[in-house]
Design a protein around this ligand. Structure first.
Ligand code: ZN
Length: 246
């Protein structure tokens, strides 16, 4: 059993399409929120995820786009982009977002956007926050996003081991409980502009009891996304940062 794990697509259709064509044969696709916001094609991204049969959770930008999450904490560029998005989400996209759960569970897998104890807002940025959150879900694994950084936090002998998800790297989970972040499809922030996602390998017999995660990167046509953002009047800094992966 193989599961594609995507997060923080942020309405970047060119990046999502590149990931979709790079995907090996998988049994499921999980999406960890922030489907929209920042980028130029929210409706197209949601239609693509529907066609892929993605299992998605709600991110802070998704909720803000339909008015169910308060955008007061957004920085000015993020707020400008979310106001732009809110004015453009079509009925299908609005209904899709409105139906998203904050937490999704299946077998030994939990999925959230931010963290299991605060699915919308908390950033898991280091081992101590990860340690507190390892107590906040009861499945073997928890998939999360929000930081836009590929990472694995494994519970090992009462400690937390933090491993960056380097491109092409395969991280063994060895039955440990773990928090796994695939990085961001549509706005990477680890200094590499290529779209990030992960493949979770699980044993057939155990269903979703993952035993290894492979971190993948895909080049996509950044020019196309930047040009669209420029033409549609989205904040220039949001387009510029795609080039640098910051
Ligand atoms: Zn995000």
């Amino acid at each position: 059993m193989r599961i594609a794990v995507l997060s923080d697509i942020h309405a970047n259709l060119a990046a999502l399409e590149a990931v979709a064509s790079d995907l090996p044969q998988v049994d499921q696709v999980w999406v960890l929120g922030d489907i929209v916001g920042y980028g130029p094609q929210p409706n197209e991204v949601i239609a693509t995820l529907q066609a892929m049969g993605a299992r998605s959770v709600l991110g802070n930008h998704d909720g803000a786009a339909i008015g169910t999450v308060d955008a007061a904490y957004f920085n000015p560029d993020a707020r400008a982009a979310i106001e732009w998005t809110a004015a453009r989400v079509d009925d299908n996209a609005r209904a899709y977002i409105a139906a998203l759960p904050e937490v999704r569970r299946d077998g030994e897998l939990t999925a959230v956007h931010g963290s299991p104890r605060d699915p919308i807002w908390e950033y898991i940025t280091g081992p101590s926050i990860a340690a507190a959150n390892l107590d906040a879900f009861d499945t073997r694994l928890c998939l999360f996003g929000h930081t836009h950084l590929p990472m694995v936090y494994r519970a090992l002998d009462g400690d937390v081991d933090a491993t960056m998800g380097l491109p092409g790297e395969r991280v063994e989970l060895n039955g440990a409980r773990a928090l796994v972040n695939p990085g961001s499809v549509g706005q990477p922030r680890d200094g590499l502009p290529d779209a990030a996602y992960a493949i979770l390998e699980a044993d057939e017999a155990d269903g979703t009891d993952g035993h290894a995660v492979e971190f993948r990167r895909v080049r996509y046509d950044i020019d196309t996304t930047q040009r669209l953002m420029h033409d549609l009047g989205l904040p220039p800094r949001l387009a510029d940062r795609l080039r640098y992966g910051r």
